[in-house]
Design a protein around this ligand. Structure first.
Ligand SMILES: [Zn+2]
Length: 212
């Protein structure tokens, strides 16, 4: 199953045996451009003025890119050596789009798992985060989606996901706390239930932001 199939499953659609699935959110570019122009006008801007002429198209390109996940295959390998310690990838950069304000939030993800029968290529951990980031999101859901995907795809003994992000809707408006970080976590299996494993994961995950 590819990550895209999971997305399809979440959406309640049939996967139809797609491999690197071709399903994408349907973006009506013409409608987005017209809406962007309307928004600019409503904001009191002169859209027909030279400097803004191309803006609706650029806005459309930007949102289309930010909301288009790249399907990929989860490459897993048999855990032949019986590795049974935590595997942690720290400080994976990511950015996403807040569904409440359509403003970005960005930060780092720390992902760890306690392997069972299989292990996964480390680069895929970054791809999973990126995949679920290309969506109108909230950080809590992004965190649990990444953990859920690893749990399903890898069936490890435990999973831990910690996301630290700055939300521009918080730092540039409203309370305006520049640099304030929101931290979310999703712990599963032994990473949640075994005190030693949990502590080890959280120590590895939280250390990163200060001393790389
Ligand atoms: Zn927001």
């Amino acid at each position: 199953m590819t990550v895209n199939d999971h997305r399809l499953a979440e959406l309640g659609l049939a996967a139809n045996g797609r491999v690197n699935g071709s399903h994408q959110r349907r973006i009506d570019r013409g409608a987005v451009e017209r809406a962007a122009a309307d928004l600019l006008r409503a904001l009191g801007a002169d859209v027909e003025a030279g400097a803004l002429e191309e803006t609706p198209r650029r806005v459309t390109d930007a949102y289309a890119e930010l909301l288009t996940p790249q399907p990929f295959r989860a490459t897993t390998f048999p855990n032949d050596d019986g590795y049974d310690e935590l595997i942690v990838a720290r400080s994976i950069p990511f950015h996403s789009l807040c569904m409440h304000h359509l403003l970005p939030f960005h930060g780092v993800a720390h992902i760890g798992y306690l392997p069972g029968e299989r292990i996964i290529g480390l680069s895929k951990l970054g791809r999973v985060v990126e995949y679920y980031s290309r969506e109108l999101q909230i950080q809590e859901r992004l965190t649990t989606q990444v953990a859920g995907w690893l749990q399903r795809e890898l069936e490890p003994k435990g999973v831990g996901v910690v996301l630290e992000a700055e939300h521009l809707c918080m730092s540039l408006r409203g309370v305006q706390k520049l640099g304030a970080k929101t931290v979310t976590s999703a712990l599963r299996g032994a990473v949640r239930d075994n005190a030693r494993t949990r502590q080890e994961f959280l120590a590895l995950a939280t250390r990163t932001s200060h001393d790389q």
